[in-house]
Write a protein that binds this ligand. Structure first.
Ligand code: ATP
Ligand code: MG
Length: 334
């Protein structure tokens, strides 16, 4: 198995990002066999599809890398790098741009959602970035790509591009990557409103637990988290219509690595006056080591840059034969 996955570099990651995305990557890394490879990259090139401030993009990339390392991505076992340091991504992107059709990109629902009526004022990169995404995974002959529902269509596009490229040039170069949809990934909701997801763009800091929050801040936010006056039921079915209660049980379960029903089996009959302190203890026990590693890494940015450079060298070596074969397939081997 060869797994390739990217994440846009943004700062200020929260518990939802950790439980819903990064922890899944760490689980994939930990489940790897001797013939498997995990490549995780910071999609700094994709960030250019929206207006950027250079200093912010740079800082966010370092912070995201530090966060992934702090959460347990191990550069000795996984290949962790930033896209911009592996030029083969942009080179293959251009070859695949000759294969992808305008009509295919026009049909991408993310483009249609973001472009508005005509897309006149959007960047060209916003329109073509699904082709770069195809290059990101095909470059490494990925067999599996973890995707959320919003990215499934882009993976389909990558498969279409691979099929057409192989067919047009009579090669068997690119395997078709399969989606890897993690059933374990929970969706964490806001601590203030159980009907909206925890998000870094929520104006209320009390709505989320940031990975950089101190123990006291974590405990305080959970103490003030919206809940209700009922006791916890025996099973999840009993939480119907209690979105905030369900969210706190979901967070507990995800932190403990167990099913929500197992949490309820242990805490049924308790009210939130008793459950919240238990949740806070668990959250602090889990997140404090992550925060402490993150703080140390943010104080040692050269170490983070060195880890990324190490990953970029490994990714470049892995990409080289595929890029060369793609160049030869289209006649660019002079
Ligand atoms: P924004 O509000 O700017 O969209 P965000 O908080 O949604 O930010 P993203 O950068 O969009 O974060 O997402 C990064 C990753 O974290 C994605 O894989 C996304 O699916 C996951 N993720 C984000 N929020 C949650 C959440 N509340 N629960 C579970 N997973 C989440
Ligand atoms: Mg988001």
């Amino acid at each position: 198995m060869r797994i390739v996955s990217g994440i846009q570099p943004t700062g200020n990651l929260h518990l939802g990002n950790y439980l819903g995305a990064i922890k899944q990557w760490v689980a994939m890394q930990d489940a790897m066999g001797p013939d498997d490879t995990c490549l995780f990259f910071l999609a700094d090139l994709h960030a250019l599809s929206q207006p950027v401030v250079a200093a912010e993009l740079h800082a966010n990339t370092v912070e995201m890398a530090a966060t992934l390392l702090a959460c347990g991505i191990d550069p000795a076992r996984s290949i962790l790098f930033n896209q911009a340091r592996v030029p083969a991504h942009t080179e293959l992107n251009w070859l695949l741009s000759g294969t992808a059709r305008m009509g295919w990109l026009n049909r991408m629902t993310q483009w249609k959602d973001k472009a508005g009526k005509s897309g006149e004022t959007q960047s060209v990169a916003l329109f073509t970035y699904p082709v770069l995404q195809a290059a990101d995974v095909l470059l490494y002959k990925a067999t599996h790509v973890p995707v959320g529902h919003d990215q499934k269509q882009h993976l389909e596009l990558a498969r279409d591009i691979a099929t057409k490229f192989n067919g047009d040039f009579g090669v068997d170069l690119f395997p078709l990557p399969e989606p890897l949809i993690s059933k374990a990934a929970p969706r964490i909701m806001s601590l203030r409103d159980g009907s909206v997801k925890m998000s870094k763009s929520d104006p209320s800091d009390a709505s989320r637990i940031n990975l950089i929050d101190s123990d006291d801040v974590i405990a305080g936010k959970l103490r003030k988290a919206k809940s209700d006056a009922d006791v916890l039921p025996e099973t999840v079915a009993g939480l119907e219509g209690r979105a905030e209660a369900l969210n706190l049980v979901t967070i507990y379960a995800a932190l403990a690595g167990v099913k929500p029903d197992a949490v309820l089996a242990e805490h049924a009959g308790k009210g939130f006056g008793a459950f919240k302190p238990a949740l806070a203890d668990l959250a602090i026990a889990t997140l404090a080591p992550v925060r402490d590693r993150l703080t140390a890494l943010l104080g040692d940015r050269p170490a983070v840059a060195a880890a990324l450079a190490h990953g970029a060298a490994k990714a470049t070596a892995l990409a080289a034969p595929t890029l060369r074969a793609a160049q030869e397939a289209v006649g660019l081997h002079l």
